[in-house]
Design a protein around this ligand. Structure first.
Ligand SMILES: NC(=O)c1ccc[n+]([C@@H]2O[C@H](COP(=O)([O-])OP(=O)(O)OC[C@H]3O[C@@H](n4cnc5c(N)ncnc54)[C@H](O)[C@@H]3O)[C@@H](O)[C@H]2O)c1
Length: 300
């Protein structure tokens, strides 16, 4: 899947990112890796950080096999201040500056549950994995961008932070916070030549959604849910991220760009007797059909 990202089909001009140092968190994830592969193919010197050592090594292999210089890889828990410190140390040991920061790390942590059952512990972990590391990474690398009066930062929000996700209220709150942070930081940093944006993703094949690997009888229903007619591939989002992070983006400042194949425009979440779903025809796959026989109660 990721291989498609580094093939000539990405459409960008060769050398677009020559000499740029690009730090990518969550780089072993689907979208992070696809972004790293395109950026390396375009001449960037990639620093790829993730907690998953095996997938990070596989990414480095793919980049070098495609003929680009190998990335600096950093295996670290980036939810932890020490992890961001290790990333900063690795960057400083190899490079004198940073031009691009992609804050790709983010996860729902399979935390779906009625709101009142949430614990302080899961809320804290959702905060750390979706928002806190974004603050820390920006604080670490913005000064380097300021010194050269050029920089690009791309954060990751979610369509669920804009629309809603029942049973995931705290996750959506932190994703929406990314949008707010992006706007304010962008206005603060634009006079310094640093462009900050965010991407709000939905329905894109990735590790945390098991790549939407469904039986054919359900996979063929994807066009019912996704106006673009299929689930997104990581490269679909990565191409947008590369544009936003490149010198081509001079005028999208502070906004969150939606990359969802049209799902936000098309619709939302639906009630069933037993669960909420944004893919209603999947309910039979997830549940005993008997559970779907009744009707959810109406608001009185
Ligand atoms: N795929 C989608 O449809 C979708 C929807 C909404 C938002 N997003 C956002 O897109 C971004 C990219 O995610 P993806 O879809 O490629 O998911 P992914 O699951 O493929 O990648 C997430 C990566 O984060 C890494 N990671 C997790 N915890 C870590 C930690 N503590 N330290 C370092 N690395 C850690 C994982 O190892 C993984 O490689 C995320 O911010 C995600 O929230 C994606």
């Amino acid at each position: 899947m990721n291989a498609t990202a580094s093939q000539p089909g990405h459409g960008f001009a060769p050398g677009l990112l020559d000499g740029r140092v690009a730090v990518i968190t969550g780089a072993a994830g689907a979208i992070g890796a696809a972004t790293a592969e395109i950026m390396a193919a375009l001449g960037a010197q990639v620093v790829a950080a993730d907690i998953d050592a095996g997938r990070l090594a596989a990414l480095a292999d793919r980049i070098t096999s495609a003929g680009a210089p190998g990335p600096v890889t950093v295996v670290a828990d980036l939810c932890d201040a020490r992890g961001i410190g290790e990333l900063a140390a690795a960057v400083s040991s190899q490079h004198s500056h940073v031009d691009i920061l992609i804050n790709g790390l983010g996860e729902h942590l399979a935390s779906a549950a009625p709101f009142e059952r949430g614990t302080d512990d899961i809320w804290q972990r959702l905060y750390e994995v979706n928002l806190l590391h974004v603050f820390r990474a920006c604080r670490e690398f913005v000064p380097m961008m300021k010194r050269r009066r050029w920089g690009r930062i791309v954060n990751f929000s979610s369509v669920e932070g804009i629309r809603a996700a029942p049973n995931l209220a705290v996750y959506t709150a932190f994703k929406r916070a990314v949008d707010g942070f992006t706007k304010s930081l962008a206005v603060e940093l634009a006079p310094e030549g640093i462009v900050v944006t965010a991407v709000a993703v939905d329905k894109t094949r990735a590790f945390q959604v098991n790549h939407y690997d469904l039986p054919e009888e359900y996979a063929r229903l994807a066009p019912v849910w996704v106006p673009a007619g299929r689930y997104g591939e990581a490269a679909d989002v990565a191409r947008l991220v590369v544009f936003l992070a490149s010198p081509m983006n001079t005028w999208v400042v502070g906004d969150t760009v939606i990359a969802d194949g049209g799902t936000l425009s098309a619709g939302g979440w639906f009630r069933t007797p037993a669960r909420w779903t944004n893919q209603p025809l999947l309910v039979q796959y997830f549940e005993d059909p008997a559970a779907n026989a009744g009707r959810p109660p109406a608001v009185q």
